[in-house]
Design a protein. Structure first.
Lengths: 326, 335
């Protein structure tokens, strides 16, 4: 879609089937569904004020009024049914769906496959072949370690039942078993996470699926729903390290620093005169960071904090000891 | 009357009318008050094009038996046909769109609007959309990749040249690149564009968060592709560039012993498991088929003293050398 006007028109035509009925539609509901503000919504709808059929007398114009939190539109039965999928929409669903089947997120022969066939049938002749060809050039890898627990977690999400999770925390090095209310499954930076309300912490928690030792489905119903305040995107990874985080300063030779900074959204990198990279980041997980840094061998140095240097030394010497046994 | 109102009126008129509408009739109605003649025709042509972009096809047809041309929007093309999706199929499609919703992937916007339309399929005619209980699944995108993705997808679908400035890992300054977009893949949670790079004269992969500028899609003749994708282009091969597919000769069989407490995590390796042997003390000895020893050793080291490479000696040495190197650096600094 090129112009802004076209985008807006598209949205209006998309919205109309939801509004053209005797019962009208809730304004708040529409805003949520279409991801727009109340102001944008009213702007969109008031456009319809002067729209309709020739001869554009009051009897021909779209009937539009707002009462309290509801909006009513009449005299527009020709917009009552939704517009056919655009090529772009059919393409997006088809490619995304195909990629997910190939990535193993959905099984071959699942209801998704049948649904995609129906979507594909919507495309004009000749277009279907083209879409297949394009889908073949897009590849998504998402299988990473989802296999063992994903099904049980999905069951918990679907039925709205609590899960008991036996979880290993890489930062503390401890296991804990807790009952949680599953809210969503997240895919971020190559890993699957369960987002859940943790009864023990009385807070939202993320559990990386490959660190779950065991998970069981309980009969207890969940009491919480995913709300907008819990909106997730920034929760994964150390986007918001918090006040308790340590300030870490590392130095890398070559391109390692640049590579690390890509994995660490909050890190800052500066180039030094000798060509080395200095990286500043904040983390609560010094212990995990220490293990992670081992892979860099002698290609990095720790400027601060001293605690991290000690942790790395302890870890490396204990591991060397282990390797020199027997 | 503003443009959107005009487009709505044009659509409503052509959709509602049982007979094609001539340009003269449009002049007296939808285009009333506009200056006539060539300007009006050009405006109508632009409007038609705009609607076409949205998937609304305004067709020119002969009216009656004369030579008069009228315009129409075919109802069976305009409206979403009844797809008769089963509840399970609708849940599956909703999960697909939820997964990508707001993620900034190229599927995020269109997949969402598609679902808003398909919601009416359950009860076609009755009007009210169906709401399903669908598990929440989300894709958390990498913020810097978001803007580039939709432009890249556009270039990929229409086969148009892309230009952008790209900073590779080992370059100090970004360089201007002109790329024929062949494919797009996501690996370890990151998006990569694969295509022929005119600067290097061969197929290269570009990580999207290393793109340092806007991505420009060649605006010239948008309906004509700029290039053909070579028939031997293989997106999976590109996606596995430094991570060769397991192949008999080059693969190393590595054995790792896990402590009983972290034994559960042995499946999280990128390498396939060949054999698992539980020891008497509860520890686990796992054999992997390793294609990328460097990456494999990195992964084992993260387990600390809870995992130890037992064989082959080359990998054991690699781990040992890595640890010695770390120690020499941290100890050296302390003194």
């Amino acid at each position: 879609m090129s112009s802004r006007a076209a985008k807006r028109l598209n949205r209006i035509l998309l919205m109309l089937p939801y509004v053209v009925s005797e019962d009208g539609a809730s304004i708040a509901g529409l805003c949520k569904k279409f991801g727009i503000t109340k102001e944008e919504l009213t702007n969109d709808l008031t456009l319809l004020w002067m729209c309709g059929l020739p001869d554009y007398t009051p009897a021909d114009l779209i009937d539009f009024h707002i009462e309290g939190d509801r909006v009513y539109i009449g005299m527009a039965d020709y917009f009552k049914r939704p517009l056919n999928l655009t090529r772009e929409e059919a393409l997006a669903l088809f490619i995304a769906g195909r990629a997910l089947i190939e990535a193993g997120v959905f099984e071959v022969g699942s209801p998704l496959g049948a649904a995609l066939d129906k979507i594909e049938a919507l495309l004009a002749e000749g277009e279907a072949g083209e879409v297949e060809e394009i889908a073949g050039r897009i590849h998504v890898e998402m299988d990473s370690y989802a296999g063992r627990w994903k099904r049980i977690i999905e069951e918990g999400l679907k039925q709205g039942r609590n899960l008991v999770v036996d979880y290993y925390s890489f930062s503390t090095g401890n296991f804990s078993t807790r009952e949680v209310e599953p809210l969503s499954l997240l895919w971020s930076r190559g890993y699957w996470y369960l987002q859940a309300w943790c009864h023990e912490a009385e807070d939202l928690r993320l559990f990386r699926l490959d660190r779950i030792r065991d998970v069981t489905l309980t009969d207890t119903r969940v009491t919480r729903e995913l709300t907008d305040e819990m909106h997730v995107p920034e929760l994964v990874g150390e986007y918001r390290p918090g006040k308790k985080a340590h300030n870490v300063k590392l130095r890398f030779s070559g391109k390692e620093g640049r590579r690390l900074v890509e994995e660490w959204p909050t890190a800052r990198i500066s180039e030094r005169e000798d060509g080395s990279q200095e990286l500043e980041l904040r983390t609560r997980n010094l212990s995990w960071l220490a293990s992670y840094l081992l892979r860099y061998g002698d290609r990095f140095t720790i400027v601060a904090p001293r605690e991290l240097r000690q942790l790395v030394e302890d870890k490396a010497s204990k591991m060397l000891e282990m390797y020199s046994e027997d | 009357m503003n443009k959107i109102e005009r487009l709505i009126n044009l659509t409503a008129y052509l959709l509602d009318s049982d007979k094609p509408i001539t340009l003269d009739e449009l002049k007296d109605t939808v285009y009333k008050g506009q200056s006539g003649g060539g300007a009006l025709r050009r405006m109508f042509e632009r409007d038609k094009e705009e609607l076409r972009e949205m998937g609304i096809d305004v067709k020119a047809v002969k009216r009656g038996d004369g030579d008069e041309v009228g315009y129409t929007i075919e109802r069976n093309e305009y409206y979403l046909p009844h797809l008769d999706l089963s509840p399970e199929q609708r849940v599956a499609l909703t999960m697909v769109s939820r997964l990508f919703l707001g993620s900034g992937t190229p599927f995020s916007g269109p997949a969402h609007s598609a679902l808003l339309k398909l919601a009416f399929d359950a009860d076609a005619g009755a009007g009210l959309p169906a709401e399903e209980k669908v598990p929440h699944v989300h894709w958390i995108g990498v913020p810097r990749e978001r803007e580039a993705l939709s432009d890249i997808l556009e270039g990929l679908v229409r086969r148009k040249l892309l230009t952008f400035s790209y900073r590779s890992l080992d370059a100090k300054e970004p360089a201007e690149r002109e790329v024929e977009p062949y494919g797009l893949f996501n690996r370890d949670g990151h998006w990569y564009l694969a295509g022929k790079c005119h600067l290097r004269g061969e197929i290269r992969c570009f990580r999207l968060d290393r793109i340092a500028s806007e991505v420009r899609v060649n605006p010239a003749s948008p309906r004509t592709p700029d290039f053909a994708v070579p028939s031997n282009f293989d997106i999976e091969k590109e996606a596995n560039w430094d991570w060769p597919l397991p192949c008999e000769e080059e693969d190393v069989e590595a054995r790792v012993r896990f402590s009983s407490r972290l034994a559960f995590a042995h499946t999280s390796a990128r390498a396939p498991v060949v054999a698992v042997k539980r020891q008497r003390d509860g520890s686990l000895e796992v054999t992997y088929e390793v294609a990328d020893p460097e990456q494999f050793v990195d992964w084992v080291l993260e387990f600390g003293i809870d995992a130890r490479i037992v064989a082959p000696p080359e990998l054991v040495n690699m781990a040992r050398e890595r640890l010695q190197a770390v120690l020499s650096v941290v100890r050296g600094r302390k003194r």
